[in-house]
Design a protein around this ligand. Structure first.
Ligand code: SF4
Length: 340
């Protein structure tokens, strides 16, 4: 089971990893420097905040020996806006020690790393794993959350035991980054995307959810009726980012109307143009959170394209959609109409 967990994470990471600036490097010393710099910047700061600061810092100071010779006030200037300036000071001191003591080479043992300013247990293990491919896994918030849910355990010692079981001899760097990435993108603190998770086959949290939803379904299922508007022109489908439908807010979606049959025509008119025809094609049911969505797919055919009010909507081709995150809700609709 442990090896299937690590294999699943490695395969998922290979396919879905984000293109982050510290994940590409010219050679090993460039890799070590980028990992060191990114790990300092990522302490208490989110990836999306760090990216521009990392790029700018790396552009101005691209090597550890150059960093060691840089004045603190210049580093603080480059750090301005990231906060926690103690990290900048520690980074400089660490670079100076590496430069003096280790000939500007980042040490590759835990004992040496842990003695450098600003490097604690997590950062030392993360550097060993990510920069040197050593069989280590540092426990940060993302790693802890994934393994805590996976095995339904909270205790750090138990989490450590489970992490030790999935360690690999090769690709340790990808495994550690894969667990962190899974925590950041799929096993999110709120509303984890368990349906899309490569570990849901063995996840205790997910199994608990399924049992609970079965129990709920035996007692009372709320049904909500929607019309999903399908409008395709030149092999492109009209979509928008959902804002009115709680569980799907922020995700790409077809226009949804939660109205009675009587009011359907008026509501479509408000969205599109006065001249259109529509036909009701399919019906599908999708379970969302604690209710069943009873969805009628309505194919729209405006007869006068110039009068369409596009507002917040945008057309997507099949290829464009492949680059976007598509929720399982939208996927079901698109596969029903054979668009995906
Ligand atoms: S199945 Fe859900 S809870 Fe379990 S690891 Fe994946 S995202 Fe997290």
């Amino acid at each position: 089971m442990s090896s299937s967990i690590s294999n699943k994470i490695l395969a998922w990471y290979k396919k879905h990893k984000r293109d982050l600036p510290w994940r590409s490097y010219q050679n090993q010393s460039d890799r070590h420097y980028k990992v060191l710099l990114s790990e300092f910047m990522l302490q208490q700061t989110q990836v999306k905040t760090v990216i521009p600061y990392f790029n700018n810092f790396y552009k101005k100071i691209p090597r550890i020996d150059l960093l060691a010779k840089t004045r603190l006030d210049r580093i603080n200037k480059l750090w301005q806006g990231l906060g926690y300036y103690r990290r900048a000071k520690n980074l400089l001191q660490t670079a100076q020690i590496i430069s003096d003591k280790y000939n500007s080479r980042l040490p590759s043992t835990y004992d040496k790393l842990i003695n450098l300013p600003g490097i604690g247990d997590y950062t030392a293990k993360a550097i060993l794993s990510i920069a040197f491919d050593k069989s280590e896994i540092g426990i940060d918030g993302n790693v802890k959350r994934v393994f805590s849910r996976l095995h339904n355990i909270k205790d750090n010692k138990k989490i450590l035991i489970k992490l030790n079981e999935v360690k690999v001899k090769k690709n340790s760097s990808s495994l550690m980054q894969g667990i962190m990435e899974l925590g950041a993108l799929i096993c999110r603190p709120k509303k984890p995307l368990c349906d899309q998770c490569c570990l849901n086959f063995t996840c205790k949290f997910f199994n608990g959810l399924k049992k609970n939803s079965k129990k709920k379904s035996l007692t009372k299922i709320k049904v909500r009726k929607f019309y999903a508007l399908i409008y395709i022109v030149k092999k492109k489908i009209l979509l928008n980012f959902e804002t009115k439908f709680g569980p799907l807010n922020g995700f790409l979606n077809v226009p949804l109307l939660e109205v009675s049959e009587k009011k359907l025509k008026n509501n479509i008119t408000a969205l599109f143009s006065k001249k259109f025809t529509f036909s009701v094609n399919h019906k599908i049911n999708i379970f969302i959170s604690n209710f069943k969505a009873d969805i009628t797919l309505v194919e729209i055919k405006p007869s006068d394209l110039t009068k369409i009010k596009l507002n917040q909507f945008k057309f997507y081709s099949n290829d464009q959609l492949k680059k976007e995150f598509v929720s399982s809700f939208l996927k079901k609709i698109l596969s029903k109409i054979k668009f995906l």
